[in-house]
Each structure stands twice: as structure tokens, then as C-alpha cells.
Design a protein. Structure first.
Length: 385
């Protein structure tokens, strides 16, 4: 494997992915869960919800996961160049992510992905020495596994006797996210086990497939100009669009409840085959964002926010909690989807400005030193990955 260099494309893709993740996540902090999974009455709210489901949901999560896999190769290279044990550093890092994920889920957002990343990242170790071709084959198999998991999830939802567009999350009337901080924390603790199970089935295989593809990208020098992988992706954009657009459109029709429940097979098809549609559209986005990063100068503070993605991700949830909880602005369940998308973008931007400026002064985001300390990194290694 050739020497892998940190490149601005990676930081920009991570930054954009964080924005998309924020737009998808904020409704789960701003609305009762039963409202999130039922089509809004208002035309504008319904249109925005459909747009998010069609073009954002799962896609930016996959992009973020892709960069996570790429980062494993960077960390391995850094450890080897310093004569350090990569295994020790890596598994301490996964343990740190797991700890931070549990804390984040309880104190900030039940839809946390850090614990999932820690579990799947540990499994990634088992295939870290595979060739790029083998890693891409594993990634392809993960699409099939995702379709299988989604089928199980669809059956489970149906057996619970609820609308197919509503996942089996715990719905509480006594305590809500809109209460004071203690009440919101109690709601998160109660909801988290079911939420994590739902995330595992919905996103787990797709995340691991993206990890594997990202690791393959690092090993094949994907981000270098005119690389074989990048040219291969460019040549297949028309096919990817032909696959991605109808499958994501159908998925949005299903989860928004536009397709009637009586169309059971069509609904099942639309829900399950997002396992193909989401990665296909994510690949299109990957190509477009790389082209964008090479054509546009991005402010340094945004690049720093992308580099310090842990702090940026957690900061989004903290800000959203303040905006919607009664301990802050108290806007829980009072804003429709159309306004929420604007608020989500503001939350993402404010979080990135804060983290970017903080990192510019202190060299890292507020949370990165904690993870690096757990991982056994010293401050002088802060550019390693």
C-alpha cells in the first residue's frame, strides 16, 4: 500500500456528511417519534419530509461511514511510522468511541452512531489486511445483508401491529424530550435500547459496507487525481443514477405513507431495496463532492470542523437539545418539517463554526483530546487521523 496523505477532499466530504446527518437527525429531537414517521398534513411540511427521505436519509450516514473506513488506514499508517502498536491504539480508540457513544445517547441523542461505529469498527479489524478488491466484495455482500436485515425489520414492525412507516421505538406519554433536562434524559434512557436495535438493523450492514469500501479506497489511493477508482466511479454515474433515483423515490413514498398499506409487496420492496438505492446515491454524492472540493475553496474553519468530526457531531445534538428542550428555547413539537430543515442547517453551521474556531485556537476540537487520550495518542500526533 502506498503512503496515504491527508487530503482536503476527505475533510470536506466529512463536513458535508455532518450537515446532512444533522438535517436527518434534528426531527427526531424536535418532534414526538410518532410524528416523525407519519406524513405531515401541511403540503410544504410533507414536501420537505419527502425530500429528506428521498435524498438525505441514510445517504450522508453512508458517506460519513465511508470516511471512517478510510481513516482506519490513516491510523494504521501513522502507528507504523512511529513504531507503535496499531492494535492497542485502535482497540482503545474503539473502546473510547463506545464509552462516548453511551454517554452521548443518554445525555444528548438516542440516535447516537458512535457505539455502533465502535462495534462495527472492531469487526473491521478482522478484514483490515484484505485487498481492495476483496474489501469491495465484502461491501457488496453487506448490501445483501442489509436487505435481509431490512426484511426482518419490516416483518417485526408488521407483527407489532403498527403502521409500517413507524419503527418499533418506545413511545412514552409520561416523559418526553420536550421536558426539562432530567425528564429528557429519562426519556432517552427509556427509548435508547429499542432505538439502538432499530439503528443496528437499519444502518448496521450499510455502515460496515461503507467502512470496507472506505478502507479499500485508502488502499487504492482513490482520492488521488485521475485514480483508477475515481475514473471508474465517474464512468458509472449514469448507471448509478438509473438505479438510485427510482429506488430512493419509492423508499420515500413508502416511509412517508403515500403508498397505501394495502400495497404490501410494493411497500416491502420500497423499504428493503433502499439497501441498494442508498449506497448508489451515496456514490453519486461522493463523486460530486470530490469535484466540488477540487473546484471551490472552503473556509479553513469548516475544514477544521470536518477534521474534528466527533466534536462537530456531538455539538449538533447539544445545540438541538437546547433549541427544543424546555431547559432551552422549548420549541419541541411546535415546528413543522419545512421550518425544521432551516433550523437544522443553522444548528449544523453554528456547531461547525464553534468547533472550527475552537480547533483553530487549541489545535483540536473539545472532545478529540479525550478520545486521543483514551486511544493512547499524544497531542503532537493530532494530525495522524
Amino acid at each position: 500500500m502506498s503512503v496515504i496523505k491527508r487530503c482536503s477532499e476527505v475533510d470536506i466530504i466529512r463536513m458535508i456528511a455532518l450537515i446532512g446527518i444533522c438535517v436527518v437527525n434534528v426531527p427526531f429531537m424536535a418532534l414526538p417519534v410518532e410524528s416523525v414517521f407519519v406524513a405531515p398534513e401541511n403540503f410544504y411540511d410533507k414536501s420537505v419530509a419527502f425530500f429528506v427521505e428521498c435524498f438525505l436519509q441514510l445517504k450522508f450516514f453512508i458517506l460519513f461511514s465511508f470516511i471512517f473506513g478510510w481513516g482506519m488506514a490513516i491510523q494504521s499508517q501513522s502507528a507504523k511510522s512511529k513504531g507503535q502498536s496499531f492494535a492497542k491504539r485502535y482497540f482503545r480508540r474503539m473502546a473510547g468511541l463506545a464509552i462516548l457513544g453511551v454517554v452521548h445517547a443518554i445525555l444528548v441523542f438516542t440516535g447516537d452512531i458512535l457505539l455502533l461505529y465502535a462495534v462495527l469498527g472492531s469487526l473491521l479489524w478482522l478484514i483490515k489486511d484484505r485487498t481492495p478488491r476483496q474489501l469491495m466484495m465484502i461491501s457488496a455482500w453487506m448490501i445483501l445483508l442489509s436487505a435481509f436485515f431490512l426484511s426482518i425489520l419490516a416483518v417485526a414492525i408488521d407483527m407489532m401491529g403498527v403502521n409500517k412507516t413507524i419503527p418499533p421505538l418506545v413511545m412514552t406519554e409520561e416523559i418526553t424530550l420536550g421536558g426539562d433536562y432530567l425528564e429528557a434524559t429519562k426519556a432517552r434512557i427509556k427509548d435508547w435500547p429499542a432505538t439502538f436495535a432499530f439503528i443496528l438493523f437499519l444502518q448496521g450492514p450499510l455502515a460496515f459496507g461503507a467502512f470496507s469500501a472506505g478502507l479499500a479506497a485508502a488502499k487504492s489511493d482513490f482520492f488521488s487525481k485521475h485514480s483508477y477508482g475515481f475514473n471508474f466511479l465517474r464512468q458509472r454515474l449514469p448507471i448509478l443514477l438509473l438505479i438510485a433515483l427510482p429506488l430512493n423515490f419509492l423508499y420515500a413514498l413508502v416511509v412517508s405513507g403515500i403508498i397505501p398499506e394495502s400495497y404490501e409487496m410494493l411497500s416491502l420492496f420500497g423499504f428493503v431495496f433502499i439497501a441498494i438505492g442508498a449506497p448508489a446515491l451515496s456514490l453519486v454524492y461522493l463523486y460530486l463532492f470530490i469535484r466540488l472540493s477540487r473546484a471551490v475553496d472552503i473556509p479553513n474553519f469548516l475544514l477544521l470542523a470536518g477534521q474534528n468530526s466527533l466534536s462537530s457531531y456531538v455539538a449538533q445534538g447539544i445545540l438541538a437539545g437546547f433549541v427544543f428542550g424546555s431547559y432551552g428555547l422549548g420549541l419541541f413539537n411546535s415546528i413543522g418539517n419545512a421550518a425544521l430543515i432551516a433550523i437544522s442547517l443553522c444548528i449544523a453551521f453554528v456547531a461547525m463554526v464553534f468547533v472550527g474556531v475552537y480547533a483553530n485556537f487549541f489545535g483540536q476540537g473539545p472532545l478529540e483530546p479525550i478520545l486521543r487520550w483514551i486511544s493512547g495518542y499524544s497531542k503532537r500526533h493530532n494530525k495522524a487521523g
